[in-house]
Structure formats: C-alpha cells, structure tokens
Write a protein that binds this ligand. Structure first.
Ligand SMILES: [Zn+2]
Length: 175
C-alpha cells in the first residue's frame, strides 16, 4: 500500500514524516463511516468499520443500485434493489480486471447521470470500491487525478493506496 501522506509522489516522498521516505504503508485503519457520498448520488463504502458494529454496514433500501466487489451474508441490499456483484482482489489490474472495472464504471456512471442513488462497496471501502468510483468519475468527465482526490476526500487519506489501482486510473482517458 502507498503511504497515506505522500502517496510515493516523487516531489513529496523524500521529506515525508509518515513513511520516512519509503512511500509505503504496512497497515491501514478502517473507516469510521460505513459509506460516504463522493459526488451527489454516488456513495462509496464497505463491509467493515472501526466500531466493528454488526449492523453499521448492512444495506437495506438506502440506494437504487448497489455494486459490490465482495459480499457477505446478511449485508443486503434488500430484495428488489438492483445489485451487481463482481468479486475482485485488492491486487493488480490485468486486462480482465480492467475490462470489468470499465463495465462497472459504465453502469455506475449511467445510474448517477440518471439521478439514481448508487453505492459502490468492497471490504474496507477504500481501494476496490475506490477504483470503480474513480473510474466512474472519469466517465462522468473528471480528470483521473481529480477523481482520485474526490475519493480520498470522501473516504479519507487511506483510500486508493493500492499503487496498481492508482496507475490504472491515471491511464484512463478523460471522457
Ligand atoms: Zn510518505
């Protein structure tokens, strides 16, 4: 994982007090909120929060569309809510993953443009969900670095610290 302060950016890395110039982090804290709104109508979240509450992350009918990169029994959404499940690892991005992310980003962006409330979630609500949310934002017209910044502003500095995900997002052409 990338350091949550310098993100291993060459300009900031040498003097970074958090990672002492390594650019890396070995542990990542859980978020406080089960989900956060990144832009109007588009939420990012997960299945685990800092409180370890058994119900905090359970989705019922809060959203019109839920995109889950992982699922857990009893975490919703309610029957009748459109639910896309596309399990993927918090690892690298190969051609197959890139195609899946692109398809999920298309579905997500179209729903947001249609005024629907959308939740994209994974386990911690930081990296896999951030990848799909940021790719959706690029489809909606944001530059990749703006999309990454919006995700981190919503979910905190530990969001999008998977270096492969950040590199993939920066390779995306702006819509
Ligand atoms: Zn650092």
């Amino acid at each position: 994982m990338l350091c949550h302060v310098c993100y291993a950016e060459p300009a900031d890395l040498p003097d970074c007090p958090a990672c002492r110039g390594s650019g890396r982090a070995t542990s990542v804290p859980l978020c406080v909120e089960p989900w956060n709104e990144v832009v109007p109508g588009l939420f990012q979240g997960g299945h685990d929060v800092r409180s370890q509450s058994r119900t905090a992350c359970v989705v019922t009918d809060e959203f019109d569309l839920v995109v889950s990169m992982t699922t857990r029994e009893g975490y919703g959404p309610d029957a009748g809510v459109e639910h896309h499940v596309a399990r993927m690892a918090d690892a690298g991005v190969d051609a197959g993953i890139a195609a899946r992310v692109d398809e999920l980003a298309r579905v997500t962006a179209e729903a947001v443009e249609a005024g629907r409330r959308v939740l994209v979630r994974c386990s911690g609500g930081l990296n896999r969900s951030g990848l799909v949310v940021a790719a959706s934002l690029v489809r909606l017209g944001h530059a990749p670095d703006d999309a990454i910044a919006l995700v981190r502003r919503a979910r905190g500095p530990w969001a999008l610290t998977n270096p492969g995900f950040v590199a993939h997002l920066r390779s995306l052409a702006r819509a």
